[in-house]
Write a protein that binds this ligand. Structure first.
Ligand SMILES: Cc1ncc(COP(=O)(O)O)c(C=O)c1O
Length: 458
C-alpha cells in the first residue's frame, strides 16, 4: 500500500472505531475467550468487527445504534433477509414440538420433494449441517461410485473448510506455478500434505488446460467439483462452453461431475444448473435451503445416491443433526416462499444494483466492472477481463478493504471482498441507497485510487 492510501485507510479506521465504542468493548471481552475474539475467520476484520444486536428484514442493527443495509445476508445464506415472518412462525411452531429426533419425520419428505422437483440433477438427496460436509460426502460417494480417488478443482474454487478442499483457494500466485503447471497450495497451516496429493487444480474457464490435466489423469480422477459461478474468488461467471465441455469430458471418462451450488442455488428455482442448462451428476446445496439455520445437502442421480441406501449396506453417513426438525421447518418455509416471483425480484434487484454501479463508475470516470449474476454481485478494483482466479488475484484487494470499512460508516454492510447479495426483503429504494453510498465512498477514494491503481482512472 502506498503512503497516501495508508494514511487514508488509517483515517477510515479511526472514523469507524470512534463511532463503535460498545463494539470495541465487546471485542476486547471476546478476546478473553475466543482466539482474536472470533469464531469465524471470514467475519473478522481490522480494527475490530462490528457487533450486531439484531436483524430485521433488509437491515441489521448494531450494538452502537447504527442501522446497516445488509448486502452480506450471512454470506448469501439469507434469501429473505432477517426474521422472515413465515420462517419465524414455522421455527417457533416446530421448536415447541421438539428440535431434533433420532427418527425421520414428514418435513424431510416435503423439503426433499421441493428440492428434487426443482433441481434437474437431483433424484435423491441427503442432509448435512454445512456446505462443507455436503461436499465431503459428495466426494466420498464419487470415490465409491468410480473406484477412483483424485479430485479436480479450479484454482480459487471454495468448497468449505476441510483438508482436501482447502487446496489453492486463495493462493499467492507468485508461488503457485504457471497456468500450465499449477502448484497445489494449502490454504491454511495444518492442512494435510498427504490429502493434497489427491488434488489436481486447473484454471476456471480454460478448456484446453483443463482437458490436458483430465486426459493425463482420467483413470485416477473420481470427480470434478466446481462452483458454476466462482463465488469466493469474486463472482466469476462461467463460459457456457466451459460447463458444456466439463459435462462431456466427465461423461466420457467416468468422472462424477459435482456442481457445488451452496451459493448458486439462489440463482433460479433450480440453481445454476437450471439457469445454464447443464445437469451435473451430483449437486451440493447449503445456505438458503436452511432458512437461516445450519444446513447442507448433497444429492444426485439415483444410481449414485442409492449407494447411501442403508438397505444396500454400501456406505455410511450419519450426523446427529442431519435433517433436524428446526432446519427442515425453517428450510421448507423459506424455500416455499422462494418462488418464481421471488427469484425474479432478487435477480431484478441484482440487475438494478449492477446498472447503478456502472453509472457511478461512469460519473466518476472509473474503468471498473461489476461481476456476478442474479442476486449476487461483486465490485472489484480491476479493469481486466475476469475469467479465472488469477485475473482477480491481481486486482487491488486493499482498495476493497477500504471501501468495505467506509461503507460500514455509511450504513451499508457488504463483504470485505466486495460481494453484495440481494434479499427479497430489499426494495429498489434500498438498492438506490446502497449505490448512492458506494458513489460517495468511491468519490472520496478517487485520490487514493489514482495513487494505487492509476490504470482504473479514465
Ligand atoms: C461454494 C461454497 N461451497 C461450500 C461452502 C461451505 O459451506 P459451509 O460454510 O456451510 O460449510 C461455501 C461457504 O461459503 C461456499 O461458498
Amino acid at each position: 500500500m502506498k503512503e497516501k492510501t495508508n494514511i487514508y485507510f488509517d483515517q477510515i479506521k479511526a472514523k469507524y472505531a470512534a463511532d463503535r465504542t460498545v463494539s470495541h468493548k465487546l471485542h476486547l471481552q471476546a478476546c478473553e475467550y475466543l482466539p482474536g475474539g472470533d469464531t469465524r475467520t471470514a467475519t473478522f476484520f481490522l480494527p475490530f468487527p462490528n457487533f450486531i444486536e439484531y436483524g430485521k428484514g433488509a437491515y441489521l442493527y448494531d450494538v452502537d445504534g447504527h442501522k446497516l443495509l445488509d448486502f452480506q445476508n450471512n454470506y448469501t445464506a439469507l434469501i429473505h433477509g432477517h426474521g422472515h415472518p413465515q420462517t419465524v412462525e414455522a421455527v417457533q411452531k416446530q421448536i415447541a414440538l421438539g428440535s431434533a429426533y433420532a427418527a425421520p419425520f414428514e418435513k424431510q419428505i416435503a423439503l426433499s420433494a421441493l428440492l428434487t422437483e426443482r433441481f434437474p440433477g437431483i433424484d435423491l438427496i441427503r442432509y448435512t449441517n454445512s456446505g462443507t460436509e455436503a461436499n465431503m460426502n459428495a466426494l466420498r460417494i464419487a470415490r465409491a461410485y468410480t473406484g477412483k480417488a483424485k479430485i479436480l478443482k479450479t484454482e480459487g474454487g471454495y468448497h468449505g473448510t476441510t483438508d482436501v478442499f482447502e487446496a489453492s483457494v486463495d493462493p499467492n500466485i507468485k508461488k503457485a506455478g504457471t497456468l500450465d503447471q499449477i502448484k497445489v497450495i494449502p490454504e491454511s497451516r495444518g492442512v494435510s500434505a498427504n490429502a493434497l496429493k489427491d488434488v489436481l487444480v486447473v484454471p476456471f474457464n480454460d478448456i484446453e488446460r483443463t482437458r490436458k490435466v483430465i486426459e493425463e489423469h482420467y483413470d485416477e480422477i473420481a470427480c470434478v467439483i466446481i462452483e458454476p459461478i466462482m463465488g469466493s474468488a469474486g463472482q466469476i461467471t462461467p463460459d457456457i462452453e466451459y460447463l458444456k465441455f466439463l459435462r462431456e469430458i466427465t461423461t466420457k471418462y467416468n468422472i462424477v461431475l459435482i456442481f457445488d451450488e451452496v451459493v448458486t442455488n439462489r440463482l433460479s428455482l433450480g440453481g445454476a444448473q437450471k439457469y445454464y442448462g447443464i445437469t451435473p451428476d451430483l449437486t451440493t446445496l447449503g445456505k438458503v435451503i436452511g432458512g437461516g439455520t445450519p444446513v447442507g445437502a448433497f444429492g444426485g442421480k439415483r444410481e449414485i445416491m442409492e449407494l447411501y441406501d442403508p438397505r444396500n449396506k454400501q456406505m455410511y453417513h450419519s450426523g446427529t443433526f442431519n435433517g433436524n426438525a428446526v432446519t427442515m421447518a425453517a428450510g421448507l418455509a423459506t424455500m416455499q416462499a422462494y418462488d418464481q416471483a421471488a427469484v425474479d425480484h432478487v435477480n431484478g434487484l441484482g440487475d438494478l444494483f449492477a446498472e447503478e454501479v456502472l453509472k457511478v463508475y461512469d460519473r466518476l470516470g472509473l474503468d471498473m466492472q461489476v461481476l456476478g449474476a442474479g442476486s449476487i454481485r461483486n465490485i472489484l478494483f480491476t479493469n481486466k477481463e475476469v475469467k479465472q482466479y488469477r485475473d482477480v488475484a491481481s486486482a487491488h484487494e486493499e482498495l476493497n478493504k477500504i471501501l468495505y470499512l467506509d461503507l460500514l460508516t455509511k450504513g451499508v454492510f457488504d463483504a470485505e471482498r466486495g460481494m453484495f447479495c440481494m434479499s427479497t426483503a430489499m426494495t429498489r429504494d434500498d438498492i438506490l441507497f446502497g449505490t448512492a453510498m458506494i458513489e460517495e465512498a468511491l468519490k472520496d477514494m478517487l485520490p487514493i485510487i489514482e495513487e494505487e491503481a492509476p490504470e482504473l482512472i479514465k
